[in-house]
Design a protein around this ligand. Structure first.
Ligand code: FE
Length: 185
C-alpha cells in the first residue's frame, strides 16, 4: 500500500510535471524548489512534504485546470488536500488546503506583499476572492496550521527561480513514506 500511493503521486508528477508553471519554471521545478526551500528554512518533515505536494490538485483534474485557464477558480488546493487525506496526517494536508488562503491573508496583513507577487499569482488572487477581510483573517488565525500555511505560502512564492539545481523527486520517497498514516501503509 505504502509504495502504491507514493508511486501514484510520483507518476502524476513525472507525467505532468514538465508542464509550464505559468512562470519561468516547470511545475516539476516549482515543487522541487518549494520542498528544498522548506528544508533550507528548517521546516519539519510534514511541512517539507506539504511543500512538495501542495500543487498536486493542479494535476488531478484536467477539467479543473482548464477551468482555471478560462478564468474560473477550480480550487486546486481543496482537490489536492482531499486526494492526500486518509494517506497523510493533517500536518501535511492542512497547509496544502490553506496555501491559497494564506496568500489572501498575507495580502491583507503584510505591507508590500501583494506587490511582490508574480503576475500569475496576482491574476489568480482576484479569482480566489482577493485579500481577506477582518472576519476571514480572524478565522484563519485560529486554524492550528495557520503558521505552517503561511510558511508554505512563502516557499510557493519563492519557488520560481530559473536554473536552480535542486534534489530530484525520488530523494523525497523515504520522507513521504515515513509520514503515511499507519492505516495507509
Ligand atoms: Fe505552487
Amino acid at each position: 500500500m505504502t509504495a502504491d500511493f507514493i508511486d501514484r503521486i510520483f507518476n502524476i508528477f513525472n507525467i505532468l510535471g514538465s508542464l509550464s508553471y505559468g512562470e519561468d519554471v516547470t511545475q516539476m521545478e516549482h515543487i522541487l524548489q518549494c520542498s528544498r526551500l522548506a528544508q533550507i528554512d528548517g521546516a519539519d518533515d510534514a511541512l517539507v512534504a506539504a511543500a512538495l505536494l501542495h500543487d498536486i490538485g493542479q494535476f488531478l483534474d484536467e477539467a479543473g485546470n482548464a477551468a482555471e485557464k478560462r478564468g474560473i477558480d477550480a480550487r486546486h488546493e481543496v482537490t489536492g488536500a482531499a486526494f492526500l487525506r486518509g494517506h497523510f496526517p493533517p500536518a501535511v494536508t492542512e497547509p496544502v488546503r490553506l496555501h491559497v488562503e494564506a496568500k489572501r491573508y498575507l495580502c491583507a496583513t503584510e505591507p508590500g506583499y501583494s506587490e511582490s507577487l508574480s503576475g500569475a499569482s496576482v491574476l489568480s488572487l482576484r479569482l480566489q476572492g482577493g485579500p481577506m477581510n477582518a472576519q476571514e483573517m480572524g478565522d484563519f488565525e485560529k486554524n492550528p496550521y495557520f503558521h505552517e500555511a503561511v510558511r508554505l505560502r512563502r516557499y510557493d512564492d519563492q519557488g520560481k527561480q530559473k536554473e536552480w539545481d535542486v534534489p530530484p523527486l525520488e530523494s523525497y520517497r523515504t520522507l513521504l513514506e515515513s509520514l503515511l498514516i499507519p492505516a495507509a501503509r
